[in-house]
Design a protein around this ligand. Structure first.
Ligand code: SF4
Ligand code: SF4
Length: 382
């Protein structure tokens, strides 16, 4: 379990979306850090199972970790407690992520695999989110490439599509490939993306061994390809891949790996687009919790959409919450409500994270469209 060097400064309390939305101090990062320390020093003092259930109420957004001056890693503590008590929700979440190929491409298959009694209250929101992501209304392809930048011409790269683009939204994958082709890049895995899941959802839920399997495979795939650039299209996948660096062979390889993973939106700097006049006038941007500080997606959209970007940088958590969606969906709902409140009432909300796109699509108010920013890029002639 991660160290608890908490000095009770309270900085994490200012950023925790769960605490903000529910007002429940027992769900705060500091309370979870205290709980983990207590369980470690006096394991018999608390009922381990109920303590783990309480600590399990965490969105895994990582905002507390980012803010903590002491380096207290609450999401890692929560992952350890979840590992000790996976339960049925844990099994379901692991199955959901590890068998994405079969389950996500056919929600009917997912329904057949789950016991009937479990479906209505637990699985329904995830199935709804997937169904809407697959077949809900689309924002329209109103941004056309006018001229590609030449900066990356001739560079070799691998595309890391992520599970959602591979199994649910192949159009995201196709648009990403078309953009890379337009940039003049040599996409080594154009025919078949051999990467596996980034592992971020598995690690956060306490399935360290399964996440390690994915990580080992991904690092090996990159090594075999000659360690080229890896282009990402999802902020959470990008964060999951960045975490692989801790398991590289040495410091030099870790630095090379971190340098290699590159958001697609960063590569589009210098590419000129034309936005059609009938594009929505009020467009919001949802900033994923796992996006890194540079937030290339936001910079790209701000340059592209200019004054149409009505809410310049929506910062509230969407409330997806990974395994918490299964364990306690009602507790995550107020977080989602605050997110929509912060976004105002736009015609369209764009984001650069697969999980956020699914969550926003499933919870959008009537009259508001949602999507990954790749969905607004017009077809690119090959
Ligand atoms: S920010 Fe870190 S040190 Fe401060 S209260 Fe939170 S966990 Fe403790
Ligand atoms: S990871 Fe997010 S939801 Fe969990 S305790 Fe930290 S700030 Fe709160």
């Amino acid at each position: 379990m991660a160290d608890n060097n908490c000095i009770l400064c309270g900085k994490c309390m200012e950023v925790c979306p769960l605490l903000r939305a529910t007002g429940r101090e027992e769900l705060s990062p500091r309370a979870k850090a205290d709980l983990a320390a207590l369980l470690r020093s006096e394991p018999g003092l608390l009922n381990q199972k109920s303590a783990a259930q309480l600590a399990g109420l965490c969105l895994g957004c990582g905002r507390c970790k980012e803010k903590c001056p002491q380096g207290v890693d609450v999401p890692a503590m929560v992952a350890s407690l979840r590992a000790a008590h996976p339960g049925f929700a844990g099994w379901l979440w692991k199955t959901w992520l590890k068998r994405a190929r079969e389950l996500w491409s056919g929600t009917g298959m997912a329904a057949r695999l789950m016991p009937d009694t479990f479906q209505p209250e637990k699985l329904a929101p995830m199935l709804k989110a997937l169904t809407l992501l697959k077949s809900g209304d689309r924002p329209g392809r109103f941004a056309r490439v006018d001229e590609f930048s030449h900066t990356h011409r001739g560079k070799t790269a691998l595309l890391f599509s992520g599970c959602t683009a591979r199994f649910v939204r192949p159009d995201w994958q196709n648009t990403a490939l078309a953009l890379m082709h337009g940039l003049g890049m040599d996409v080594a895995n154009r025919r078949k993306d051999r990467f596996r899941c980034c592992g971020i959802g598995l690690a956060g839920a306490g399935f360290a061994k399964d996440a390690a399997e994915m990580r080992t495979h991904n690092l090996e795939t990159w090594r075999k390809a000659g360690k080229p650039m890896i282009v990402t299209l999802c902020a959470s996948c990008h964060a999951g891949l960045a975490d692989h660096a801790r398991h590289a062979q040495n410091e030099e390889e870790a630095a090379h790996w971190l340098d290699s993973i590159t958001p697609l939106s960063e590569l589009l700097r210098g590419t000129r687009f034309v936005v059609s006049e009938d594009a929505p006038l009020r467009i919001g941007y949802h900033r994923p919790c796992h996006v890194d500080k540079n937030d290339c997606d936001h910079m790209f959209l701000a340059g592209l959409l200019e004054e149409r970007l009505h809410v310049p940088n929506g910062r509230d958590c969407c409330g997806f919450g990974g395994i918490m969606r299964l364990r306690a969906p009602d507790t995550a709902d107020p977080v989602n409500a605050l997110c929509w409140q912060g976004l105002g009432n736009p015609d369209l909300v764009l984001t650069g994270c697969s999980a956020c796109a699914a969550q926003l699509g499933a919870t959008a108010p009537a009259g508001t469209l949602t999507g990954h920013w790749l969905e607004i890029i017009a077809d690119i002639p090959q």
